[in-house]
Design a protein around this ligand. Structure first.
Ligand SMILES: Cc1cc2nc3c(=O)[nH]c(=O)nc-3n(C[C@H](O)[C@H](O)[C@H](O)COP(=O)(O)OP(=O)(O)OC[C@H]3O[C@@H](n4cnc5c(N)ncnc54)[C@H](O)[C@@H]3O)c2cc1C
Length: 406
């Protein structure tokens, strides 16, 4: 209070720092797993955040971060044995969320290697295949990708894969193309899904990218989302593989592919939740600092309405994915539950990042303010690992008992 002749020297009350874990969900982890999560946050904030916009602009992958990622000792997170990190589904999810809170591309790089590539070998590989491939992948000595989508077949992969696998004696011969494959322009191992011409079933194969004749990759250029992830168009021309490279325990039909996708699509739900957290925190900080009409824009009612709705979206998504992980940890998660989580969180993510971008005004379209990165990355999350329409068709079939798939 100011009295005549005497100035009030009391400093202004400090504003609360942005906190996107409003219901303290990270604290539901046991202390050792919480410590891992804190380590991931520290790495993402100190090493990734300062450099990621530069790589986003350049459309390139920050290889300089790989030693630090390796040191986090997260290889094989959620996979038990075979030199893998192990840990609960909840920890694996919260790590994906934490990575995406800083950058969805880094979360995607990790999710493709750990969830899709290692996950396929873990779910569909034989004991020998797991012993051979998982330990070097857990140590990040070999990086993997997962190749299902094709130039002409995306949503319809369950019935229409055009890449073929033909058995000739003890050798499989693969021909075809795979599009959009994350990490493929530079990684070491591809999990290739192909249709066996003998029984028309989809089967999985492990291909060593750098040493297999007939295997080539072209980097996909001119993306505007997840620009840091390198996506490729793979061409397989008479690629010859021994039977030991055919995923042997499962991977005899598309049902095995779907088992992998069930896990990883709700991994995308975690990423979509993290992407919103980062957008919310950047936006709130900006709203606290940016002055218009002589006041912080965060003090305007219409801005507070948007901030409150952003945090409500974030929190609803967090509660949903935490429950999905609990079901997963109990071995009870269904395809429809994973599909609902992916469809809902990505839709809310699109809404949240758009409100954030709006609050940044003109600065919202400059990459220098980061919010544009969250805004564009959200678009890729909507489409990959099954579009929203595909997720809702899976859910619709489960709840109605009626299939609307064509
Ligand atoms: C950044 C990025 C990374 C990716 N990474 C990988 C990867 O690592 N590995 C991999 O295998 N794939 C990857 N993909 C591919 C991704 O999974 C596909 O893009 C996705 O499954 C959709 O397939 P599509 O693009 O061919 O779209 P389409 O299948 O052609 O669909 C186009 C539109 O039609 C709708 N549609 C299709 N069928 C129906 C229907 N029956 N009813 C209603 N609507 C329908 C879709 O929902 C969509 O809106 C990636 C994609 C992106 C963008």
């Amino acid at each position: 209070m100011q009295t005549a002749g005497k100035k009030d020297t009391k400093p202004p009350k400090p504003l609360p720092p942005p906190n996107s874990d409003f219901y303290q969900l990270a604290e539901t982890l046991p202390p050792d797993e919480l410590a891992t999560l804190r380590q991931v946050r520290s790495f993402m904030e100190s090493k990734v955040a300062p450099i990621i916009n530069k790589y986003w602009v350049e459309d390139s992958f920050p290889f300089e971060l790989l030693p630090g990622i390796k040191d986090l000792n997260l290889g094989g997170l959620g996979i038990q044995g075979y030199g893998c990190r192990g840990g609960s589904a909840l920890l694996a999810g919260l790590v994906a969320m934490e990575m995406a809170r800083t950058d969805a591309s880094i979360a995607t790089f990790f999710g493709v290697h750990n969830g899709l590539a290692m996950g396929s070998i873990n779910l569909a590989g034989s004991e020998e295949q797991k012993k051979k491939w998982l330990p070097p992948m857990a140590r990040f000595e070999k990086i993997g990708c997962f190749a299902l989508t094709e130039p002409l077949v995306g949503s319809g992969t369950s019935g229409g894969l055009m890449t073929t696998a033909k058995k000739e004696g003890d050798t499989w011969v693969l021909n075809g193309q795979k599009k959009w494959i994350g990490n493929s322009p530079w990684c070491d191992i591809s999990i290739i899904w192909a249709r066996d011409v003998a029984d028309n079933q989809v089967k999985g194969f492990i291909v060593e990218n750098k040493t297999t004749p007939g295997f080539s990759v072209e980097k996909i250029q001119n993306k505007f989302a997840l620009k840091v992830v390198q996506n490729g168009l793979i061409t397989l021309k008479d690629v010859r593989l021994p039977e030991e490279n055919h995923l042997q325990a499962g991977a005899q039909t598309f049902r095995d592919t779907a088992r992998v996708l069930r896990q990883t699509r709700y991994g995308v739900a975690w990423e979509a939740t993290g992407c919103q957290m980062g957008a919310f925190e950047h936006t709130l900080k900006y709203a606290q600092e940016r002055l218009q009409f002589g006041k912080p824009i965060g003090s305007f009612q219409l801005i507070q309405d948007l901030l409150a709705k952003m945090l409500a979206n974030v929190t609803a998504c967090q509660c949903l994915v935490v429950r999905t992980a609990q079901l997963d940890d109990q071995g009870k998660m269904t395809d429809a539950q994973a599909a609902l989580s992916k469809a809902f969180t990505t839709a809310k993510c699109r809404e949240t990042v758009a409100w954030g971008r709006e609050i940044f005004g003109g600065n919202g379209i400059s990459i220098d303010y980061s919010i544009g990165r969250y805004f564009t990355d959200a678009e890729a999350l909507i489409s990959y690992e099954g579009t929203s329409q595909m997720q809702n068709l899976i859910l619709g079939k489960a709840i109605s008992g009626l299939s609307a798939f064509v």
